[in-house]
Design a binder for this molecule. Structure first.
Ligand SMILES: [Fe+2]
Length: 286
């Protein structure tokens, strides 16, 4: 009965000092480079809660220091379907429920970002039902060259026997698959769900009429060698052309940027820092 609160709460001083990890330093560099912090449904800093509200629950993700544990696995459950569509927006542009914008990074064991990691999400709809006939609320994507991902979805509903959760499979290129689930803090059923794991809690906050969540995955792999330091990509000046930030581009969309024509290879909502020359995972010269 010493100080369980401090042990379990990320606000304790030792926890804060551990928060200054290689991963956070690398993330800070990423954010200072080409991945901006935006609000209202875009990318946010997955571990920025340290600078805002006190954390609820345990550390949501490993600190990613050398020797730390990768993101833990969690059961696949009975509702996975292979061959989900490639997309970052699972709502199809409109769906009942509370809008949820999830974002974060995929890191390797060495705290370097993992580019091109597969992230395959599936979840229940607002009423707690999975689509086993089609691919509603199912989709896969690949992390950007900086290891980032974004997911546009709705808060999953509850169904018997489980607390609120999102399923995901994450896989670095050519590496073993991690199957796990993401959980919501403060859910009443967290304490009674045998599969709930506080290490898999997202950081969740209200954002307009919806919620914004963040989570970083740490895979048991080496990250991407820093052949392209985060500080170097944004050499492209504000460009001319049809590309614009804040635009939802579908795969196959064609834009021009600084006189070059690009074709979208992965559906996404554009943002400053993701100009076509900077993100070959999203845009390829046409
Ligand atoms: Fe489930």
């Amino acid at each position: 009965m010493s100080t369980p609160h401090h042990d379990a709460d990320g606000t304790a001083v030792p926890e804060e000092s551990r928060g200054i990890s290689r991963k956070n330093l690398i993330k800070a560099a990423l954010l200072a480079g080409t991945v901006p912090l935006v609000t209202g449904g875009g990318v946010a800093l997955a571990r920025d809660r340290a600078a805002s509200a006190p954390a609820r629950g345990l550390s949501a993700t490993p600190a990613c220091q050398d020797g730390d544990e990768p993101t833990v696995p969690n059961i696949e459950g009975p509702y996975f379907k292979p061959d989900s569509p490639l997309r970052t927006d699972l709502t199809g542009g409109g769906m009942p429920g509370t809008p949820l914008a999830l974002s974060g990074y995929v890191f390797g064991r060495d705290c370097r970002p993992v580019a091109g990691a597969l992230l395959d999400f599936w979840q229940a709809d607002d009423s707690g039902a999975y689509d086993m006939n089609g691919f509603t609320l199912r989709g896969h994507q690949f992390s950007t060259p900086l290891g980032a991902f974004t997911l546009t979805t709705v808060v999953p509903g509850l169904y018997p026997g489980r607390t609120r959760h999102i399923h995901v499979k994450v896989q670095a290129p050519g590496q073993p698959l991690l199957t796990t689930q993401l959980y919501f803090p403060g859910e009443p059923r967290n304490s009674t769900d045998a599969y709930y794991d506080p290490r898999l809690e997202m950081t969740v906050r209200a954002a307009g009429s919806g919620e914004q969540a963040t989570f970083d995955f740490v895979l048991d792999v080496d990250g991407t060698p820093p052949s392209t330091p985060p500080s170097t990509p944004p050499t492209t000046p504000p460009g001319s052309g049809t590309w614009a930030p804040g635009t939802a581009y579908a795969a196959g969309a064609v834009v021009t940027y600084n006189g070059v024509t690009y074709r979208c290879v992965q559906a996404h909502t554009s943002m400053a820092g993701w100009e076509p020359p900077n993100v070959p995972a999203l845009w390829q010269p046409a």
